[in-house]
Every structure is written in C-alpha cells, then in structure tokens.
Design a protein around this ligand. Structure first.
Ligand code: F6P
Length: 409
C-alpha cells in the first residue's frame, strides 16, 4: 500500500551522529511508499509553521548523496526546541498546521526526535483524532544520544555517541598517566535525566586500558564527600592519576544540579536547565580540598556530532527505524513511534516495531538499579553487556581533501 499524497519529515531537539541516517531511511522508504512528494521541514515544526520546507527529492538525487546523508552529523534539515500548546479545540497553532497539511496535501507526518519531540507527535495525533479526523498519519521516529526513551530497547544515535565516549575515555586515561604526579581528570558527558551515555565510558576498561576510576550517574544522588574520600583513598593506595566520568545531569540529594553549585544556569523552551560546568565544579572542589592537579573536560557537542567514529550498527539501525516508520504509516498506522526491539544479545539481533506514542512522550528511561554497582559509582556487567553490541562496527569514510565529506543544504 502507498500513502496517497505527500509526506513531510522533520528533525527536532539536539542532533546526533545518526539522526541524518534516520532521515535518509524515512526519505528512502518515503520515495517508494508515497504517491506524492517527500518534503523536509526546515527547523522542525517551528519552521513548518512558517511553511518553511523543501522537496527532498530535489536535494538528495544520487546514491552517494544518500550515503553522505547517513554519514553527516547534525540535523540536515535544522532543528528546534518548540513545545506545542495543549491540543484544545480551535487552538490557532493546530489550526494553522492542519491548514498547511491540507494546502500541501500532506498525508504523512514523520518527526525524528527525543521525548519532547514525541510530545509533538502525540499532541498532533490527539488533535487529529479529537477534532480534525483527517487521514494523515502521524509517526514519531526516535533519536537521542541520551538513550532515555521508554519502550525502545535503545535509541538511534546512542550507539555512536557511546562509541565516541568510550573511545575518548580510553585516550584520556592514557594521556592522564603521562606525568609522574597525582591528578584527577573529570570528564563531563551529556544526559540530562539518565546516565546511559556516561555509563558507556565503562567500555573503555580492558586489557589495554585502566578505565575510569568512577562513573557518576544522575540516577545516584551526588555525594561530594564520598567522591573526595574515594579519590583520596585511591591515591593513598598508589593510584597516580584518575579519570572520573560524570553525567552533566548529576544532582545533589536535595535535587540541585551540581553544575548550579557554581553559578545559576538559564533554561530552554521546555524549561530544561542548560547543563554545563559540572566537571569544572567538581574539579575545582577537589583541587581546593585535596591540593592535587585537576582538569575538567566537557565533551559537550563533540559527543553527538562525532560521525567520524560512528557505530556502523547504530547507523544501520537508525536508517532501518526511519524506513519502519514509513512502512507502518503506509499500512495505516498512526499515533505511533517506530522502535528497536532486541531479539537476542549473542548473537546480537535487533528488529523494528512500533508503539503508541502516547506511552512514550515526556517519559525518561533511567539506568535501572541492577545496572549500577552497590557503591553507586560504577556500572555493572549487565550494563556493559547491554551497551557493547551497540557500538560495534565502523563505516567506510567518504572523504574530501583528507577529511570526512559532509552534505549540507
Ligand atoms: O538531545 C539531548 C541532548 O543532547 C542532551 O544530552 C543535552 O542535555 C541537550 O540535548 C543539549 O541541548 P542543546 O544543544 O539544545 O543545548
């Protein structure tokens, strides 16, 4: 069955190294399963409200361009952090959007994003079900380096970010041991509500790497006294240099972000605190209290745009999940999110499926207690087994002048 009309795709929220692979998957399946055109909204739903979109078939015309899209970091179509109002009858934002859908004969709406973006898909499909009753299919397609969406085994984009985080942790451990002096390097990793990505730094540890001394997740209240005493103890026991990985979202037991202990931070459109400076805050405290050299490394946006070390598993799953969303819509599904379902770990087999987006939006999946050690300062073997297959494989590089080649609008 084909979708009888045009479809439109948008990207929303923070980008990843694999979100364009999902865009490529939606586009590729969209060309085959749609009778009309495949549009791309520029700047997410915020751009769509300005009727700002392109015909993707005019932009991605060759197989190489499709391959480049899969390998290009960031969101090709641009992004937004735009919160739709509550879907009450007659609301002008929804009325405007549905007029745009009608004007351009849009029959499929595909939105690639995290839990805030699934809120957009949920609200649009509620508004349609309750008041508009059109045959437009609304589908969410997951992405986020945070890996905090419920229902899906993991989120597209996470595996590549995890591979980068584990790689640089290995490199930082080697570097930290170069001088014969005591030092602590604190590495700050993204993940507002869940420590999946920070936990992935555990993959660094192996025969060729000492690994991180502590892994501090937002699931465990941050206890500075514990961290300080543990560092002092490890130094006394003979450790020279330590690397500690910490999630940007760690909070004290009274709920204050550690990064806010330094200075107040602003918020974004969804009311989320801008998280930055966690590593620096801890590094300064340890330096002052223990009198040792400390260094803060904030991986910041590097961890979500490092497509040069993307996980081949992640890129191929990201593409597949985009295709699955279009296939489901063409078969009549709406108000759903496409997802990944792990069938087995050894051998690693993962398939796609769909689930009601209303049961996904705005929820955050945390690292469960069984994957965190008793002291709350490292992950367990169960966590490592879960993450390891997701970082497997590398893509061949398409290069220009000795550098990875990207595609841009
Ligand atoms: O989309 C998830 C994420 O990458 C988080 O890990 C991070 O806290 C946030 O986005 C940063 O968002 P922005 O780039 O909008 O500041």
């Amino acid at each position: 069955m084909k979708i009888k009309g045009n479809i439109i795709i948008g990207q929303s929220g923070g980008p990843t190294a694999a979100i364009n692979a999902t865009l490529a998957g939606v586009f590729d399946a969209g060309k085959k399963l749609t009778e009309g055109k495949v549009y791309g909204m520029l700047g997410g739903v915020e751009g769509l409200l300005q009727e700002n979109f392109i015909d993707m078939c005019e932009k991605i015309t060759t197989d190489r361009e499709l391959e480049l899209l899969k390998r290009t970091p960031s969101s090709y179509l641009g992004s937004c952090r735009f919160k739709l109002p509550e879907p009450v009858e007659g609301n002008e934002v929804y009325e405007k959007l549905f007029k745009i859908f009608e004007k351009h004969n849009i029959k499929g709406f595909f939105y690639i994003g995290g839990n805030d973006s699934m809120d957009t898909v949920k609200k649009l499909s509620i508004y349609n079900d309750e008041y508009k009753k059109t045959d437009i299919k609304f589908m969410g397609v997951p992405k986020t380096i945070d890996n905090d969406l419920v229902v899906t085994d993991h989120t597209p984009g996470f595996g590549s970010a995890a591979k980068f985080v584990a790689t640089v942790t290995k490199e930082l451990v080697r570097d930290s041991l170069v001088y014969d002096l005591k030092s602590v390097t604190i590495v700050e990793i993204m993940g507002r509500d869940a420590g999946w990505l920070t936990g992935a730094s555990a993959l660094a540890k192996g025969d060729d790497c000492e690994g991180a001394a502590m892994i501090l997740l937002p699931e465990v209240p941050f206890d500075y006294e514990y961290v300080k005493n543990r560092v002092a103890q490890l130094m006394e026991e003979g450790s020279k240099s330590l690397v500690i990985t910490v999630s940007e979202g760690v909070r004290t037991k009274d709920g204050k972000y550690v990064c806010e202990l330094g200075s107040e931070k602003g918020t974004d459109a969804f009311g989320h605190t801008m998280l930055t400076g966690t590593a620096q805050t801890i590094a300064t405290m340890l330096k002052n209290d223990l009198g040792i050299k400390t260094r803060a490394v904030e991986l910041s946006t590097l961890q979500r745009c490092a497509s040069h070390i993307a996980s081949a598993t992640d890129i191929s799953e990201s593409f597949a999940v985009g295709q699955a969303a279009v296939k489901a819509a063409s078969e009549g599904e709406t108000g759903k999110m496409a997802l990944l379902k792990r069938v087995s770990n050894n051998p690693y087999i993962c398939v796609t499926d769909t689930h009601d987006v209303r049961e996904v939006a705005n929820l955050a999946k945390e690292v469960p207690q069984s994957m965190i050690n008793e002291n709350g300062d490292y992950v367990t073997e169960e966590f490592i087994e879960y993450v390891r297959p997701l970082i497997e494989g590398e893509l061949s590089q398409l290069t220009v002048n000795g550098l990875p080649q990207h595609i841009k609008l």
